[in-house]
Design a binder for this molecule. Sequence first.
Ligand SMILES: Cc1cc2nc3c(=O)[nH]c(=O)nc-3n(C[C@H](O)[C@H](O)[C@H](O)COP(=O)(O)O)c2cc1C
Length: 144
Amino acid sequence: MNSNTLSQVIYISHNCIEPARLDNEVREVLDVSRKRNASAGLTGALMFNERCFAQVLEGRCQDLEATFERIQCDLRHDRVVLLEFTAIERRHFENWTMGYVAEKTAARERFNQLTLDPWFDARRLKAGTLFDLLHAHLTTPLAA
Ligand SMILES: Cc1cc2nc3c(=O)[nH]c(=O)nc-3n(C[C@H](O)[C@H](O)[C@H](O)COP(=O)(O)O)c2cc1C
């Protein structure tokens, strides 16, 4: 893979933000991400709950690496589990500098079911499962 190869990262991590500050902090993460991703040519989507973050990011390999390095050092989450870093043929989130899976969507409910289970083990999650959940909100309208 050379530094220009179009690539995709999928990871899951554990939230370190206390519940009372979670919404505000995530809003801040989204604001900063959208600005920085726009200038780095990255696209993707983010989903979270009180336990975990899940994110897909796509773009040039070297831009992705630099951003993922920074994300991993962010103290708002820890135990970052990289589920996939692979070359892709085309973008799947081309219109989203950082899409966001809102509450009360089927995707978010499924994410809650998976991650809030007391036996949940992030390392056993399949990248494809997260990809599908993160991508679903682009085509599925918010639940009525
Ligand atoms: C769950 C999570 C996802 C993030 N996603 C991105 C992202 O997609 N792009 C980005 O530039 N920063 C993202 N950040 C924020 C970075 O960790 C970092 O705070 C930000 O890029 C500013 O970096 P700087 O303070 O070194 O300039 C994310 C942070 C968290 C906790």
